[in-house]
Design a protein around this ligand. Structure first.
Ligand code: F6R
Length: 608
């Protein structure tokens, strides 16, 4: 996700800022920029694309000055472009801001500021910040920043400079990381420690709602009510490589742990209690929705598995028939598509060749196409009629984890949106589902606490060559994803089956000691699932179950059980997939596989 840096000292800032940004490249970005104060002026240099472009631009048109801020942007609000990239400024260019995070109420603030005469040039949520600081500025940048921040909802790490206080950077964080690097006669801010490690190992780790004012010779930290805070200096002892992974051994593990946050981000400003669902990039009208007689969800791999959950929830809530297709199959089977068809293409990268080809087929036959994608400005997002971005941030590990759970959230949001328009679900039911969705990040946090049990299980069973994942209904959809994760990163052969289907053939494969992971989170199918578990148990299987708290009776039937917190059954996949992701991760570790870069696989599959 976005990276922030800031420098105040005696050396030329631009090179130091670019160097710091280079250390944050692992966070992913699609544009970059810096702003440096020089002679009562803020000079800004921004580019689309890689930092090399910024370096080239700066060598053509250098910008001087010893105080500045820099940013690498991972687009969320508005496509990657020079205009949308940071730093953003107020209209007369006296204030510049870099931001990491999402301002949830930016549309409201934009309107409020427009009424006060402010004009906007970008599509970003961030641009409200320099205007707000401008509005509140009365000779003291810290005070103006505090007042501006009071108006913000959402997550932010902000770095702010102002020509009227040219030696200063003011910064603040809430739900987005920010650290301060300390050095004799110069100081830094950054989203993450690697950005400053070439310069210093002495840092302050800012906490939420703490403000910092930096000059070359001073660093003062304040609480939101303006009280000065004393903080302990943290001495960094580890190397940059470890820090890039946030202290985790692999990107996959880091991304698994990011899920509570990115699930929240993906719901942010869209799902709010007592308010209409807000989807600013979906312009389908009620009349158009009433006209839809069929939905196709088309995707590949993990995104396809998210689509299977999508089918279940859209049919259940919006009562429209849904077919889910693997993109590489869809276009070769002459599907029935017309102007009454809604296609939902799901793609983390937005560049998968098969998914794109399916999208183009749909468009050529007049289907309405919604893209669910994680990459702003990706080909899929450009070619679809409507877009619902997942805000998972860049996914670096090849095996998809946080993209999947945010795709699930997108499926729920679309289902609720269609249901509301079709009036197939009452307002109170919609509110109940929204409330349960808002609770998901903390349930996922709970599910992450099972690591020790899962590690033990992985140690015991990593030598297996075959495993089965069983489930019914939504549990079957999650079983498929669990099985794919295991295959791709631990190279253990596994199959996912609808538990009721086993006895129609595959049960012949169950023998003494066969490992079966049984998902039993769907209360209405619980008893049926227990019967299916008994079928494999009596044939000698070793069964480990996933069940919700309160369903202890399952212990009589299985060898081991892992309890997940109580969750609305419709939303259970978001929680139940987490132990399966961890299981594949620890299996892969036990087997000594390359977790983040499994053999034969690529992150973005741009060939058919
Ligand atoms: C599995 C995985 C792949 C992708 C698939 C689609 O962990 O990552 O199965 O889900 O290649 O990719 P996108 O979503 O980019 O279209």
């Amino acid at each position: 996700m976005c990276g922030i840096v800031g420098y105040t000292g005696k050396r030329e800032a631009s090179g130091i800022l670019v160097e710091g940004l280079a250390k944050l490249e692992y966070r992913g970005y699609d544009s970059a920029g810096i702003a440096v104060i020089d002679n009562n002026k803020i000079n800004v240099s921004k580019v689309k694309g890689r930092l090399a472009n910024l370096e080239a631009q700066l060598s053509e048109s250098p910008i001087q000055g010893v105080v500045g801020i820099g940013h690498t942007r991972w687009a969320t609000h508005g496509a990657p472009s020079v205009t949308n990239s940071h730093p953003h400024t107020n209209e007369n260019g006296t204030i510049a801001v870099v931001h990491n995070g999402i301002i949830e109420n930016y549309l409201e603030l934009r309107e409020w500021l427009k009424e006060k005469g402010y004009n906007f040039v970008s599509e970003t949520d961030t641009e409200v910040v320099p205007h707000l600081v401008d509005y509140f500025y009365n000779g003291n940048l810290l005070e103006a920043a505090m007042k501006a921040v009071e108006k913000l909802e959402g997550s932010y790490a902000l770095g702010i400079v102002n020509v009227n206080e040219p030696d200063k950077i003011v910064a603040v964080r809430k739900d987005s990381p920010l650290i301060v690097g300390l050095k004799d006669g110069e100081n830094f801010i950054a989203s993450d420690i690697p950005a400053v490690l070439n310069e210093t190992r002495q840092v302050y780790l800012l906490e939420d709602n703490q403000f910092v004012v930096l000059t070359a010779s001073s660093v003062d930290i304040y609480s939101a009510d303006g009280q000065k805070i004393e903080k302990e200096v943290y001495h960094v002892t580890w190397n940059a490589d470890a820090a890039e992974k946030g202290g985790y051994d692999h990107f996959m593990l880091k991304e698994i742990h990011e899920q509570p946050k990115v699930i929240k981000d993906t719901m942010t400003s869209r799902i709010m209690l007592g308010e209409e669902i807000k989807l600013d990039k979906i312009t389908l009208t009620k009349e158009q929705i009433d006209n839809i007689d069929k939905v196709y969800i088309v995707a590949c791999g993990t995104a396809y598995h998210a689509g299977i959950v999508g089918k279940y929830v859209i049919e259940k809530l919006a009562r429209i028939p849904v077919e889910v297709d693997i993109a590489s199959e869809f276009r070769y089977r002459d599907p029935i598509i017309n102007e009454k068809t809604l296609m939902i293409v799901v793609s983390q990268s937005g560049e998968t060749a098969d998914t794109l080809a399916a999208l183009r087929l749909g468009k050529s036959k007049n289907a309405r196409v919604i893209a669910v994608t994680n990459v702003v400005g990706s080909t899929v997002s450009r070619e679809a009629d409507d877009i619902l971005y997942t805000w998972a941030g860049p996914e670096i590990a090849v095996a998809s984890t946080k993209a999947y759970t945010t795709q699930l959230i997108a499926m729920y949001i679309i289902a609720l949106f269609l249901a509301k328009n079709k009036e197939t679900v009452s307002d109170s039911q919609i509110e109940e589902i929204k409330e349960a969705m808002i609770g998901l990040p903390s349930l996922v946090e709970d599910a992450l606490n099972h690591k020790d049990n899962i590690k033990k299980f992985a140690k015991e069973f990593a030598k297996e060559t075959d495993m089965f994942f069983l489930g019914r209904g939504l549990d079957y959809a999650v079983a498929m994803e669990g099985s794919l994760k295991l295959k791709e990163i631990s190279y253990i052969h596994s199959e996912a089956y609808a538990a009721g289907e086993l006895k129609h053939g595959p049960i012949a494969l169950i023998e003494d000691g066969t490992v079966v992971i049984a998902l039993a989170t769907q209360e209405d199918l619980f008893d049926k699932m227990v019967s299916n578990i008994k079928e494999v148990k009596t044939r000698g299987a070793h069964v480990a179950a996933l069940a919700l708290e309160g369903n202890q009776t399952i212990e009589k039937t299985v060898d081991a059980v892992l309890y997940l917190p109580k969750v609305m059954p419709l939303l259970a996949p978001v929680v139940s997939v987490v132990p399966l992701q961890l299981l594949s991760y620890y299996m892969s570790i036990e087997k000594g596989c390359d977790v983040d870069k499994p053999r034969n696989l690529a992150k973005s599959v741009t060939v058919e």
